[in-house]
Write a protein that binds this ligand. Structure first.
Ligand code: UGA
Length: 434
C-alpha cells in the first residue's frame, strides 16, 4: 500500500515509520524543511527508543521517505493520513483544528485517483465529516473516502504500542474505506490484533473517552493516595488490591505528582469543550482537570514541608524533568510546577534528566543543569525524584547520603521502599505510603 503521512510530530513520525516496517511504502510530509532534511539524514527530532533504527532501516530499504512536497506524496498515495497537531486553544481549551483543515485543503488539491483520507490526529467529533465537506467542495471531481483511525501509542514505548496494540479502532462510512484500512492493518490483524470498525463519529469519540478515562484512573488513585497518607494505608497495596479485580485492572494506577504530557491535559480540556458545545455536562472529567492541576501545583509545597517548612536559600536537586521516562518531552510536565514553585519559595534548583534538559531549557528558568544525578545532588539540601527514569532506580544510597547536605529524599514516583530508605538513614517522603 502506498501511504502519505501528513505531519511528522510524534504520532505521524512513529506511525509512518511503523507502517513502513509493516511493508507499506510511506512518504512522510512536513512543512518544516529543516526537520525533513534532518529526518532524511536520519536525525530524529524526538527521543523515542528504537525509532532511529527503524527509520534508518526502512529508509535504506526505500520504503520510507521524507518530503516537503505534499502534492507529489498525496497524488502517489492510496491512503493519506492526516497526523498534524491539534493543540489546545488558549482561550477555551478547544482543539485548534487550523492545521488539520489546512492539511485537508492541500490534500484536496493534490488528490489523484481513488484515495482514502484518514485522520490520525486526535480530533473532536465531527472533524472527519468536516474534512469530507472541505474536500468535496474544493474538488467535486475527487474520488475519495474518509476514515478515522485514532492512535493510542504512548511516548517512550511508542513503537511497541504501535506494533502490538490492544486494538485498532477504525471509523469509516463506506465498505471501500473499511477494505483499505483492513489491508493496511492486515499484518497486525494476522498477529491477533482486533480491528474494531465503527462510525467516524464513534471512532473520534473513542479516542477522547480512552484518554479521559485513563486520566481519571490516575487522578482517582492520586486522591486515594492522599487518603492513604491521612489514614496510614499503602496506596500501592490498595492499587494492587483493587487492580486484581478484572473489572478494574491493575494498569494506570501508579500514584504520582499528577499527569502531564502532550495528550491527557489537552484531550481532557478538548472533551470538556465538546461537552460545552453540545450542552452536555462532563462533571467527572471537569473534576479530573481541576484536581490534577491543583495537584501539580501542590507538589512543591510537599518538598518545602519535607525541608522543615522553608526552602529559602536552600539548594534542591531534581532528578527527572520530563513528564514521564524515555522521552525528552516537557509538555505539561509536573516538573514545571515543581521547579517553579521551589524557585518562588527561594530555592536554587539543580537538575539532571537523561534526555530532557534541552527541552527543559526552553520552559524553565535559572535551573543549574548537571551532567548526572550525583552532580545534581552534590551539596544539595534535599533530593527530589520527579520522573522515574530507570537509572534513578539503582542509586548508590551511601553516595547519595554523603553528597547531600541533609538526608532529605522526596520520591514522587515511589521508586524506593520506605523501610530501606529509613534503614539507609534518609528522611524519606513518598506518595501514599508510610
Ligand atoms: C497517553 C495515552 O496513554 C496513550 O494511549 C495515547 O495514545 C497518548 O496519550 C496520546 O493521546 O497520544 P502518553 O501521554 O504518551 O500517552 O503517556 P502515558 O504513559 O499515558 O502517561 C501520561 C501521564 O500520566 C504521565 O505524566 C505519567 O507519569 C502519568 N501516569 C501514567 C501516572 O501518573 N500514573 C500512571 O499509572 C500512569
Amino acid at each position: 500500500m502506498r501511504i502519505a503521512m501528513i505531519g511528522t510530530g510524534y504520532v505521524g513520525l512513529v506511525s509512518g515509520a511503523c507502517f513502513s516496517e509493516l511493508g507499506h511504502s510511506v512518504a512522510c510530509v512536513d512543512v518544516d524543511e529543516d526537520k525533513v532534511a534532518a529526518l532524511t539524514a536520519r536525525h530524529m527530532p524526538i527521543y523515542e527508543p528504537g525509532l532511529d533504527a527503524m527509520v534508518a532501516e526502512n529508509s535504506d530499504r526505500g520504503r520510507l521517505s521524507f518530503t516537503t512536497d505534499l502534492a507529489s506524496a498525496v497524488s502517489g498515495a492510496e491512503a493519506v493520513f492526516i497526523a498534524v497537531g491539534t493543540p489546545s486553544r488558549a482561550e477555551d481549551g478547544d482543539a485548534d483544528l487550523s492545521h488539520v483543515y489546512a492539511a485537508a485543503g492541500e490534500v484536496a488539491a493534490a488528490l489523484d485517483g481513488a484515495t482514502l483520507v484518514v485522520t490520525k490526529s486526535t480530533v473532536p467529533v465531527g472533524t472527519g465529516g468536516e474534512i469530507a465537506r472541505i474536500i468535496a467542495k474544493a474538488r467535486p471531481d475527487a474520488d475519495f473516502d474518509i476514515a478515522s483511525n485514532p492512535e493510542f501509542l504512548r511516548e517512550g514505548s511508542a513503537i511497541k504500542d504501535f506494533m502490538h496494540p490492544d486494538r485498532v479502532v477504525i471509523g469509516a462510512a463506506s465498505e471501500r474505506a473499511r477494505q483499505i484500512m483492513r489491508d493496511i492493518y492486515k499484518p497486525l490483524e494476522a498477529l491477533g490484533t482486533p480491528l474494531f470498525f465503527t462510525t467516524l463519529e464513534t471512532a473520534e469519540l473513542i479516542k477522547y473517552a480512552a484518554n479521559a478515562f485513563l486520566a481519571t484512573k490516575i487522578t482517582f488513585i492520586n486522591e486515594i493516595a492522599d487518603l492513604c497518607e491521612a489514614v496510614g494505608a499503602n496506596v500501592e497495596d490498595v492499587a494492587t488490591g483493587i487492580g486484581l479485580d478484572n473489572r478494574i485492572g491493575p494498569r494506570f494506577l501508579a500514584a504520582g505528582p499528577g499527569f502531564g504530557g502532550s495528550c491527557f491535559p489537552k484531550d481532557t480540556l478538548a472533551l470538556l469543550a465538546m461537552g460545552r458545545h453540545h450542552g452536555v455536562e462532563q462533571n467527572i472529567v471537569e473534576a479530573v482537570v481541576t484536581v490534577n492541576d491543583r495537584r501539580k501545583r501542590a507538589m512543591a509545597g510537599r518538598v518545602v514541608a519535607a525541608c522543615g517548612g522553608s526552602v529559602g536559600g536552600m539548594t534542591i536537586a531534581i532528578l527527572g524533568l520530563t513528564f514521564k521516562p524515555d522521552t525528552d518531552d516537557m509538555r505539561d510536565s509536573p516538573a514545571i510546577d515543581i521547579v517553579g514553585g521551589l524557585q518562588a519559595a527561594g530555592a536554587v534548583v539543580r537538575a539532571f534528566d537523561p534526555e530532557g534538559m534541552e527541552e527543559a531549557g526552553k520552559c524553565l528558568n535559572d535551573v543549574v543543569y548537571c551532567g548526572d544525578a550525583y552532580e545534581a545532588m552534590d551539596g544539595a539540601d534535599a533530593l527530589v525524584i520527579v520522573t522515574e527514569w530507570d537509572q534513578f532506580r539503582g542509586l548508590d544510597l551511601d553516595r547519595v547520603k554523603s553528597l547531600l547536605r541533609e538526608p532529605v529524599f522526596v520520591d514522587f514516583r515511589n521508586v524506593y521502599a520506605p523501610d530501606d530508605m529509613a534503614k539507609a538513614g534518609f528522611r524519606y517522603h513518598c506518595i501514599g505510603r508510610d
